[in-house]
Structure formats: structure tokens, C-alpha cells
Design a protein around this ligand. Structure first.
Ligand SMILES: C[S@@+](CC[C@H](N)C(=O)[O-])C[C@H]1O[C@@H](n2cnc3c(N)ncnc32)[C@H](O)[C@@H]1O
Length: 294
């Protein structure tokens, strides 16, 4: 499939494990599907091409820009209900629409390439821009700069350690605090590099990941989604998660393997093959976990 351009001249987000996601979700012949993290609509576009014309799709994303640009593209396709909202609000949206339960759902966790590559969002250590990192900049939540400039050193170290699994968290937190005030991603890159003694790509990606997870309360949101999922997914409904790190993956795995409300699909998970990883290096850490409502 040719990736569409998302907005002006930004490269599109390449949907990960697209064929497998389609085969799994549409294999259940769903009447109602949820795309909880619709992003640039990469998965959604193909779902629309391949699902039955009667299937309704409820699509959410926290990012107002992503939702706005998809709204423009989809126009008046009345199969799709698109909302700028966290996936945590899906059950409320279903009940507003008078829909009892969904037959399938997709959650492609984390951030999109469009967000990563946008200088004004502050998600990437490779591009200089304001230290923001919020999926929804209008949410009223503090941007990364506020967290880094105001939290005590110890708390910054804990964020880096717990959400980035970075062993040098204390040293890095010390150089962050001594570099205050930090305003741009470039300021953060310099502070982390001083903490590591060099420009260290692995440390930088762990620190940026950790902050993104904390700023957007990603694990809190995921836990809340997983707690309520069984209530709005119909029996035999199919749920797919694309996870990108162990903190996410282990939570989803636990729900599908250890609860009596879901069973793991067969196979329980797949990861991108060498060809996809070569073409789309950002898919390298992805795992598609699939579960079925009992
Ligand atoms: C990997 S991208 C999705 C890409 C999409 N599947 C595609 O193919 O274009 C992840 C998206 O999830 C969104 N997101 C992150 N946390 C969210 C949440 N709690 N609720 C809804 N959307 C969320 C991000 O804004 C981002 O657009």
C-alpha cells in the first residue's frame, strides 16, 4: 500500500504488521470495530477498504492534529465515528452512540512517526524543538520542560529509571538539574550527553521514551483501559495490541494469559519479519499481541 502524506509534506506513518492486524480483526466479521489509537489512519484506511460496508468503526486519538487531518481526509464517510479522545473514553463513546459492545479493537500504542518527526512536538532527540511531548498539547497537562525544570532531582531519576529502564538515571538526572532551565530538546540532549560522558543514542532514546510515558501517563491510561476492556468487548470479540516496549507488553500479556475474561489467540503474538523491519526500522521493537474475549 502506498503511504499517504499526513499533512503538508510530512512523511506518513507506516502501519505496523498491517496484514496480520487485518487478518486477525476482520477474521471475526465484526459489525463494530474500535481503532483506539487511530493516529494517521494507516490501519484504519486498510480496514475501511477490506471490511464489510456495514461495519461501523469508532476511532479515537488524543492528538488533535491527527484527528483534524484525518477528519478532513475521511470527509463524510459515515461508517467512521472519529473523536479526539483518549481510548479510555471508548466505553462512554459507545454508550453515547447507543452501541452495546464492540466485536473487535485495535490499540497501536505509543507515538506515530508523524509526531516523532514534527519539530514542534518535542518527541525526538534528533530534531531541535520545544520540550513538549504531550499527545494533546491542549490538555492542560504540563509539558516536558515544566517537569524537567521543576521536579526534584530524585523524581527525575525515578522517571528515567522506571519508564526508560536506564541504569545511569541518577547521573543523568544530576546533569539535567544542573543544566536548568531546559527549554528545547537540544538542551535536554546536551544535559543527557553530559551525564553519559558522550552523545549516547541508546541513553537518549531511553530518556525521551521515559519522559513521554510520564508526561502522557501512558501506563496509567493503559492500565485503566485493560481494567475495563472486558466490559465493552463482546464475547468472541478480537482485541489486538501493538506494543513497543516491555512495560506495555507485559501488561497486555498478563490480561490475555492470566484473566478468565480473555484467552490468547493462536498465535498469541507475532513480531515484524526481517523485510518489514528493514523497510520500516521503527517497527523493530513492535509486538502484536492478540486476545479473544471469552
Ligand atoms: C503508533 S500511533 C498509531 C498509528 C496508526 N495505527 C496508523 O497506522 O496511522 C499511536 C497513536 O496513539 C495515540 N495515543 C497515545 N495514547 C493514546 C491514548 N491514551 N488514547 C488515544 N490515543 C492515544 C497517539 O497520539 C498516536 O497518534
Amino acid at each position: 500500500m502506498t503511504p499517504l502524506l499526513a499533512g503538508h509534506d510530512q512523511p506518513a506513518h507506516e502501519p505496523v504488521l498491517l496484514n496480520m492486524v487485518l487478518r486477525f480483526l476482520l477474521g471475526g466479521s465484526p459489525s463494530v470495530l474500535v481503532d483506539g489509537t487511530v493516529g494517521g489512519g494507516g490501519h484504519l484506511r486498510s480496514i475501511l477498504e477490506e471490511c464489510s460496508p456495514d461495519t461501523r468503526i469508532i476511532a479515537t486519538d488524543r492528538d488533535p492534529d491527527a484527528v483534524e487531518s484525518l477528519r478532513r481526509e475521511l470527509g463524510s464517510d459515515d461508517r467512521v465515528v472519529l473523536r479526539q479522545a483518549s481510548y479510555v473514553r471508548v466505553p462512554t463513546i459507545l454508550s453515547e452512540l447507543d452501541i452495546g459492545r464492540a466485536d473487535g479493537a485495535l490499540f497501536d500504542l505509543g507515538l506515530s512517526s508523524v509526531q516523532l518527526d514534527s519539530p514542534d512536538r518535542g518527541f525526538s532527540y534528533r530534531i531541535n524543538g520545544p520540550l513538549d511531548m504531550r499527545y494533546d498539547p491542549g490538555s492542560g497537562d504540563p509539558p516536558a520542560s515544566e517537569i524537567l525544570n521543576e521536579l526534584p532531582q530524585e523524581m527525575i531519576a525515578d522517571i528515567i529509571y522506571h519508564y526508560g529502564e536506564e541504569r545511569r538515571s541518577r547521573r543523568i538526572a544530576r546533569t539535567i538539574v544542573s543544566s536548568r532551565p531546559l527549554r528545547t530538546t537540544g538542551d535536554l540532549v546536551r544535559a543527557v550527553s553530559r551525564g553519559c560522558g558522550r552523545y549516547d543514542v541508546k541513553a537518549l532514546s531511553r530518556v525521551f521514551q521515559a519522559l513521554r510515558i510520564r508526561i502522557n501517563d501512558e501506563l496509567g491510561q493503559l492500565d485503566s483501559l485493560l481494567r475495563g476492556l472486558a466490559e465493552w468487548v463482546a464475547p468472541e470479540g478480537r482485541v489486538a495490541f501493538l506494543t513497543f516496549h516491555s512495560l506495555e507488553d507485559r501488561r497486555v500479556k498478563r490480561l490475555f494469559a492470566d484473566s478468565d475474561l480473555f484467552r490468547p489467540a493462536d498465535p498469541a503474538w507475532v513480531s515484524p519479519g526481517p523485510e518489514e523491519r528493514r523497510k520500516n526500522p521503527r517497527s523493530r521493537s513492535a509486538k502484536l499481541r492478540m486476545g479473544i474475549r471469552v
